[in-house]
Write a protein that binds this ligand. Structure first.
Ligand code: GUN
Length: 294
């Protein structure tokens, strides 16, 4: 039997409907959730991501403070803007789009964002809170993966999860989230990476495989267990002269092969992708809610 598809678009739509109602409730109490967005430079992919984030805010009735800065913006100017946003009561979340131009130190900029407004979940204080299991903003892509698993009814307690990839923005945080002693977690987690001797040895034992290696066909059908849940985080461009734009997007998983053997699988596009912005909105709304409680 072919695998059931985890429809990220549909799940993202459901969460955004819930969030829209949350925004209405907050507005009725005098708080409009606000996201401060900063883009330095004119990278087309970053411009497109940032526009999607701003549009998503608008659709939910949130406020977005958009700052498009020229490529020659200095680190000092950027840090000044971050400081201003840190104390602006109308901004509950700050997003500095990465990558930044080479003359700006990303670490210094991320560290300058107040952990109380770190809706990207990249600040070392936020990461530390996540690792020890404290309440914090969970970074958006791994949080999106977690929600896909929860909302698809995948049992995580006692499951063996194999994460392929150890990046700071996906591999490390998703592994951390899933082994926590918490509801919808309690998994046994293995992390594989470029120096792992035999990745297939590990993935064949996995109840859940999370592929975040950034390489097509990292996971093929012979590497998975019958009925496993497969989450594909990859977004890779493959030349395709039959397409108008000359390429198509594929994930890290051989979808065709794996979907004949897996129990559940995410497609690319339309799996993890739509969840990332959704969880950014979620974090910003949580941050706005916290101002009412303080
Ligand atoms: N660039 C690509 N993805 C992201 C993201 O999730 N957050 C930020 N700040 N920059 C990115």
């Amino acid at each position: 039997m072919p695998a059931e598809i985890i429809d990220g678009k549909q799940i993202a739509r459901e969460i955004r409907e819930e969030l829209k109602r949350e925004v209405e409730r907050l507005k009725a109490q005098g708080v409009t959730p606000g996201l401060g967005v900063v883009l330095v430079g004119d990278d087309p992919a970053s411009q497109s991501y940032v526009s999607s984030k701003e549009k998503a805010c608008e659709q939910l009735g949130m406020y977005s403070d958009d700052n498009r800065l020229p490529p020659e913006t200095t680190q000092e100017e950027l840090l000044e803007l971050v400081d201003k946003m840190n104390i602006d009561p109308n901004i509950h979340g700050i997003l500095v789009q990465l990558p930044l131009p080479g003359h700006i130190d990303e670490k210094i900029v991320i560290n300058a964002i107040s952990p109380d407004k770190d809706v990207d979940g990249f600040h070392p204080v936020t990461i530390g809170r996540m690792v020890i299991g404290d309440t914090c903003f969970l970074s958006c892509t791994p949080h999106g993966i977690w929600q896909l698993l929860i909302r698809s009814g995948v049992e995580m307690s006692g499951a063996h999860v194999v994460v392929v990839g150890r990046s700071n923005i996906v591999g490390k945080p998703i592994a951390n989230m899933l082994y926590q002693k918490k509801e919808h977690a309690n998994a046994t987690v293995t992390i594989c990476h470029t120096r792992t001797k035999d990745i297939a040895y590990h993935t064949r034992q996995a109840d859940i495989v999370i592929a975040a290696a950034g390489r097509p066909d990292t996971i093929t059908a012979d590497m998975i267990k019958q009925g496993a849940t497969i989450i594909d985080v990859g977004i890779n461009r493959i030349d395709d002269p039959t397409r108008k734009r000359g390429y198509r997007l594929v994930g890290d998983v051989d979808f065709e092969g794996c979907s004949r053997k897996a129990g559940l699988i995410t497609p690319v596009p339309g799996g993890v992708g739509p969840m990332t912005i959704t969880m950014l909105l979620y974090n910003t709304i949580e941050s706005a809610k916290a101002t009412l409680q303080s």
